[in-house]
Ligand binder design. Structure first.
Ligand code: AMP
Ligand code: ZN
Length: 114
C-alpha cells in the first residue's frame, strides 16, 4: 500500500512524531491536533477501517486498544481522562483509509461528538 500515508508512516518512509512502536502497532502524534494530547495508533499492516477488520484481526485489534491505553499513560492523561475514537466510514468523517485509533485528552470534551 505504497500510496497509503499511514502505511508509509509505519514503514518509516513518511515523517511522523512517533511516541512508541512495536512489531504490530505504531503510535504517533496527529499532525493537526484537536486536543492538547492527540495521538493516533495504527496497525502496521494495512486494514482500511474497523468495518474491514476480519475475525483473524482480533489479536491486532486488541493490541491497538492496549496501545491506546499505553499512549495515554505516556502522555500523562490517565488521571484527567481521555477519549479513544475510531472514525469509520463516511458519516464518521474517516479521512484516512487505514484503521487508526485517535487518543484525545488534556481538556474536557463534549458528548455526543458532533
Ligand atoms: P480520520 O478523520 O479519523 O480519518 O482522522 C485522520 C487523522 O489523521 C486526522 O486527525 C489528521 O490530522 C491525521 N493525519 C493525516 N495525515 C497525517 C500524518 N501524515 N501524520 C500525522 N497525522 C496525520
Ligand atoms: Zn495503509
Amino acid at each position: 500500500m505504497e500510496n497509503c500515508i499511514f502505511c508509509r508512516v509505519a514503514a518509516g518512509s513518511a515523517p511522523a512524531r512517533v511516541l512508541f512502536a512495536d512489531d504490530d502497532v505504531v503510535a504517533f502524534h496527529d499532525i493537526a491536533p484537536r486536543a492538547p494530547v492527540h495521538v493516533l495508533v495504527i496497525p502496521r499492516r494495512h486494514i482500511t477501517s474497523l468495518a474491514h477488520a476480519e475475525a483473524g484481526d482480533a489479536a491486532v485489534l486488541g493490541s491497538l486498544l492496549a496501545a491506546a491505553a499505553e499512549a495515554a499513560r505516556r502522555a500523562g492523561i490517565v488521571d484527567s481522562g481521555y477519549r479513544v475514537v475510531a472514525n469509520t466510514g463516511a458519516d464518521a468523517g474517516q479521512a484516512v483509509p487505514h484503521l487508526h485509533l485517535h487518543v484525545l485528552g488534556g481538556r474536557p470534551m463534549g458528548w455526543p461528538p458532533g
